[in-house]
Design a protein around this ligand. Structure first.
Ligand code: KIV
Length: 285
């Protein structure tokens, strides 16, 4: 590793919140995207279980396994020098026992993640957060809309929409903080609720669909690039239209092959003049 590069850590997150400096985070699932994100100076990459939808084509995160997460965490961590890598613990990988949670979190850390993320704040989960942190594993929480609970929530609903629910979210966030979480993702929460929660916590909040008072922001890279084929939520800002660029390039390639235009001269290997002449002579015999 280059000595002049100072990697972002959980401590850096806290310093940034204390200094009112916004924390940047994007999801990534592969080597080259991770490299570009790192080179752009983004503070952190989330190897999100959103890869279930963006990479594996599922309709939710439920089918994602710890082996899937390990594969993509390895690819991402190979692409970064400075950016902190946080990997999602997938559905049910931290719900059975503390032992299993520790083994699964350990797998992600040993594959290259600097921290893990898990969803919710039940007593069971708080206990696990505590145990992981005491085992030397940085943990980021995830509250508000929690995609792994899609079947019990019943749909993509905004969370914390009332005073009472905002207070409940803050209580959960505080418990995560007390048990050692270094940051919390707030997903699909009204701006005012996210502001109140952020201001009443010591640790940073990272918002997605939670307004601009959070300590930082995260977006799914496929949404930001305009690559995902399905609908994108209201909170997404599409900064490019990669989908159309990809489709145009693929069609052009198809046409060039069908019409024998590709490969072009510069894409081919040639025999030396001498070898070519020998070959031509052999043909004439
Ligand atoms: O899996 C993911 O990409 C996430 C973000 C939506 C925060 O959890």
């Amino acid at each position: 590793m280059n000595d002049s590069i100072k990697p972002v850590t959980a401590k850096t997150f806290q310093t940034m919140k204390n200094n009112n400096e916004k924390i940047t985070m994007l999801t990534a699932y592969d080597f080259s995207t991770a490299k570009y994100i790192d080179e752009a100076g983004i503070d952190s990459i989330l190897v999100g279980d959103s890869l279930g939808m963006t990479i594996l084509g599922y309709d939710s995160t439920i089918k994602v396994t710890i082996d899937d997460m390990m594969t993509f965490t390895k690819a991402v961590s190979n692409g970064v020098k400075r950016t902190m890598v946080i990997a999602d613990l997938p559905f049910l990988s931290y719900h059975v026992s503390k032992e299993q949670t520790t083994i699964n979190a350990g797998k992600l850390i040993q594959t290259g993640a600097n921290a893990v993320k898990l969803e919710g704040a039940s007593d069971f989960i708080l206990d696990e957060v505590n145990h992981l942190v005491n085992s030397g594993i940085n943990v980021m929480g995830h509250l508000g809309f929690t995609p792994q609970y899609i079947n019990t929530i019943g749909g993509y609903y905004i969370q914390g929409k009332s005073y009472e629910n905002t207070i409940k979210l803050l209580e959960s966030a505080k418990k995560l903080e007390e048990n050692g979480a270094f940051a919390i993702v707030l997903e699909m929460v009204p701006v005012e609720s996210a502001k109140y929660i952020t201001e009443n916590l010591n640790i940073p909040t990272i918002g997605i669909g939670a307004g601009n008072y959070c300590s930082g922001q995260v977006l799914v890279i496929d949404d930001l690039l305009g690559k995902f084929p399905g609908n994108v939520p209201k909170f997404v800002k599409q900064y490019a239209n990669i989908k159309d660029i990809m489709k145009q390039a693929i069609s052009k390639y198809k046409n060039d092959v069908k019409n024998n235009i590709f490969p072009f001269e510069e894409n081919m290997f040639n025999l030396t003049k001498e070898e070519k002449e020998k070959l031509e002579y052999a043909f004439t015999k």
